[in-house]
Design a protein around this ligand. Structure first.
Ligand code: PLP
Length: 409
């Protein structure tokens, strides 16, 4: 008789976005004529940049010719892409990252979920609350989180509340944490940290020999000067941080799939004897065993993101989405909503009116305004009473959704 991994039994209910899809489908079945606008799941609506499409077509043609056909590639990514990533995203910002510290993958979701495999199950982890649910659920599956309590929080996870009182910025933990998940610009709150604020985390991690798992999936949306794009802009971060990046939102790769993770060789974990081991070769070992690389045409497309035309086209898309963010932010502010984010991130985090529960607000918004967003409670206990809207819709739908929220809610 095959035994199950009972940690899966600890996972709370449906994955957030499956539950949203279930409610939307039920509503659509009962109201087939309703014109629903989706500003819920963080998927993009702009197509791939033309430079990416052309590079991918060329790569596919190469795959069809015996002289240029490629089979298995290097698990950690082709040199032509690694070079561009290092040069464009790090060297140009004065950050020292070498090519063998970059690991190309099929998504930041898989990387943020898989990376915990390198850590002992006895480690204490901290997450912000609210949080991107993948960090928590992947640790639950691994058996690192203890039992679930009545408030849907796990016994062994340290939750770092992001509330109105602290401006949606987590405070340093009081105890000793081994693994710290940070995501800035943040999903779901849309908030960022300054260099000084991020430095406090790096200093904490250096003092406690902890590791920061830094998710920078939204760095390309930063508009203001002085906001760090990478944790490696902070002195000492090379010793204590791993960074996750993605082409998904930056360049419309949500359906194409390409991302990368930076694992500096200086980051160390310790065995039970207290001996230090570099995380970089461990991640290489993990990836070469369990992953066979991203397809050549996709990596060729990702490399084209860094070409002059690619950069111009990506910038146009980001400007488009950030204009949507402004429309939502200003529209809701003028209507008297309390709103966060939306300046350096494609997410707007709003406080629900009259202390309404966030799932209650979800249902009301869907029924009365036919707009779908994401209930804050789905991101953690401190998300209750909040709601997330995304700037990834089309301009027309964004404008229509804001108008409906203002007039119908
Ligand atoms: N990290 C965060 C914070 C996200 O919000 C998302 C997607 O919504 C991801 C990672 C996943 O990105 P990818 O499409 O590269 O898997």
């Amino acid at each position: 008789m095959a035994q199950m991994n009972e940690n899966y039994l600890k996972l709370p209910g449906n994955y957030l976005f499956s539950e949203i899809a279930r409610r939307v489908n039920e509503f659509k079945n009962n109201n087939p004529e309703a014109n629903i606008i989706r500003l819920g799941i963080g998927d993009v609506t702009r197509p791939l940049p033309q430079a990416v499409v052309e590079a991918m077509k060329k790569a596919v043609d190469e795959m069809g010719q015996p002289e240029t056909f490629r089979g298995y590639g290097p698990e950690q990514g082709y040199d032509f892409l690694l070079e561009k990533i290092v040069e464009h995203d790090f060297t140009s910002r004065g950050i020292n990252i070498s090519q063998d510290e970059v690991f190309v993958s099929d998504g930041a979701k898989s990387d943020t979920a898989n990376f915990q495999e390198l850590f002992g199950t006895g480690n204490i982890l901290a997450v912000t609350d609210p949080v991107y649910p993948v960090y928590v659920d992947s640790n639950v599956m691994a058996g690192r989180t203890g039992f679930i309590k009545e408030n849907n929080q796990f016994d062994k996870i340290v939750y770092l509340p992001c509330t109105e009182e602290n401006g949606m910025k987590p405070s340093l933990p009081t105890g000793k944490i081994d693994m710290i998940y940070l995501c800035f610009p943040n999903n779901p709150t849309g908030m960022t940290l300054t260099k000084e604020e991020l430095k406090k985390w790096v200093d904490y991690a250096r003092e406690h020999k902890s590791i920061i798992l830094f998710d920078a999936a939204y760095e390309a949306f930063i508009q203001e000067e002085g906001v760090p794009h990478s944790i490696f802009e902070i002195e000492g971060a090379r010793e204590v941080a791993v960074e996750f990046r993605s082409f998904s939102k930056t360049a419309g790769f949500t359906g194409t799939r390409c991302a990368y993770t930076i694992v500096p060789k200086d980051v160390k974990v310790f065995d039970t004897k207290g001996e230090a081991h570099s995380l970089n070769p461990l991640w290489l070992r993990r990836q070469t065993t369990k992953f066979n690389g991203v397809s050549y045409p996709v990596q060729a497309g990702a490399a084209a993101v860094f070409s002059t035309e690619g950069q111009q086209q990506v910038k146009e898309n980001i400007t488009y989405y950030m204009e949507n963010a402004k429309i939502i932010l200003n529209g809701l502010k003028n209507a008297g909503y309390k709103v966060f984010g939306g300046t350096n991130a494609p997410y707007i985090w709003l406080k629900t009116p009259d202390n309404m529960g966030s799932w209650e607000f979800f249902d009301k918004l869907m029924h009365e305004a036919n707009v779908v967003g994401t209930p804050g409670a789905g991101f953690g206990a401190n998300g209750e009473g909040y709601f997330r809207l995304t700037a990834f819709g089309t301009r027309k739908n964004t404008e229509k959704a804001v108008e409906r929220i203002i007039t119908k809610m």
